[in-house]
Design a protein around this ligand. Structure first.
Ligand SMILES: [Zn+2]
Length: 297
């Protein structure tokens, strides 16, 4: 009986797998400059969206975070949720007050003419540094909201619409269907398909982070404020950047610590200030606070 059950499960698995793989369709792409850089840590400011939708935002972000490794899109891009707002906005056809590695969510009709949602943003040195995402406030049903938010997040990874798709299950980049109204929970995808993830990876050229996943998971579980920086494979303690922005930027923070280093017969007592921006760029400054050398002879 047990063997028969195994056989039945095996047959089901063999039947199910190819269908899933063939069912999705690759979406179109934007230039790779429209996608986040490898391993960016992106803060998502949700303060403009009603609290009743915050859990849906968290769900969407968790889904994309869960797809950032391997197998997945290999980006290492990690989203952090905050109920804060920023001053990043859109004026005269341009993003104003754009910060580093942030998404500002706005619960407004997109001024760009899009119906369900829209995404704009800025690029710097070949990659996206921020995004302003509008979600039409007519979308109040949570599943429908997740369809649109997940689609807009797809744009921030350099995906365009899926022009070859014939069904909403084929790609998260299938747009909403206006005929079904704003709140149709049955038309759309709440998470990226394997085709979406492959297209993201190939378009941007993401490579699998080489960090040890054990330490990554340990860092994630070690409490609020700790974030894993894939770039340097380090667990960093991060204060809310909304509370501690480094001059002129957001999502940058500093980590100060004392250390000592022995060089020859001397011990240098150092104060180190590391600056991180979105886990990508960073600055490292060492101040010599004291120097004690041994006499020889
Ligand atoms: Zn779109």
């Amino acid at each position: 009986m047990r063997h028969l059950l195994c056989l039945v499960l095996l047959v089901q698995a063999l039947l199910a797998l190819p269908v899933t793989a063939q069912d999705c369709v690759n979406p179109n792409v934007q230039p790779p400059t429209a996608a986040w850089p490898q391993n960016a840590i992106v803060w998502v400011y949700a303060g403009n969206v009603p609290a009743s939708l915050h859990n849906s935002i968290r769900t969407v972000l968790n889904t994309w975070n869960g797809s950032a490794g391997h197998p997945g899109n290999d980006s290492g891009v990690y989203f952090e949720f905050t109920t804060n707002t920023t001053t990043m906005d859109y004026s005269g056809g341009s993003v104003v007050n754009g910060g580093a590695y942030i998404i500002q969510l706005k619960y407004q009709v997109p001024p760009t003419g899009a119906v369900f949602g829209g995404t704009v943003g800025q690029s710097y040195e070949g990659s996206r540094v921020n995004a302003l995402i509008w979600i039409n406030p007519g979308i109040t049903e949570n599943t429908a909201f997740r369809h649109t938010l997940s689609h807009e997040i797809g744009h921030t990874f350099g995906l365009d619409e899926c022009y070859s798709c014939t069904g909403a299950w084929q790609s998260v980049m299938v747009g909403g269907n206006p005929a079904g109204g704003m709140n149709d929970p049955y038309y759309g995808a709440t998470e990226p398909t394997s085709c979406d993830l492959e297209t993201i990876k190939n378009n941007k050229g993401y490579t699998y982070p080489s960090c040890d996943s054990y330490y990554y998971l340990q860092c994630k579980e070690s409490g609020a404020g700790n974030l894993w920086d894939f770039t340097r494979c380090l667990c960093v303690n991060m204060r809310d950047p909304g509370n501690a922005p480094v001059t002129g930027t957001r999502n940058c923070w500093t980590n100060t610590y004392e250390t000592q280093r022995r060089v020859g017969v001397c011990t240098y007592y150092l104060r180190i200030i590391d600056t991180y921006c979105g886990g990508v760029g960073f600055n490292h400054v060492e101040y010599v606070e004291d120097l004690i050398c041994e006499e020889i002879g």
